[in-house]
Design a protein. Sequence first.
Length: 114
Amino acid sequence: VQLQASGGGLVQPGGSLRLSCAASGSMFSIGYMGWYRQPPGKQRDYVAQITPSGLTNYAGSVKGRFTISRDNAKNTVYLQMNSLKPEDTAVYYCNAMSMGVSYWGNGTQVTVSS
């Protein structure tokens, strides 16, 4: 299973970005999909997760600003990020579970700065 993330970039505080992550390759089914982020010099932290049926969960720091969604037909997960803050600056990674195995995508850089 390969995960390809895209959509990162430079945005001003208060702005928005939408990240996408598409899964491809040999896979039976994909269960949970989610997003994590790693700020400069810090550990990778949980951001949000979505089940195959669409149930969502968010880290407290992004709740109300970020929205995770998925298109099961396309094996793609999205992260809509609104009201971005400088502390949201990080490399964002997508994650997917398939048959008990955890897969990670490439990171996409999000920089929030004026």
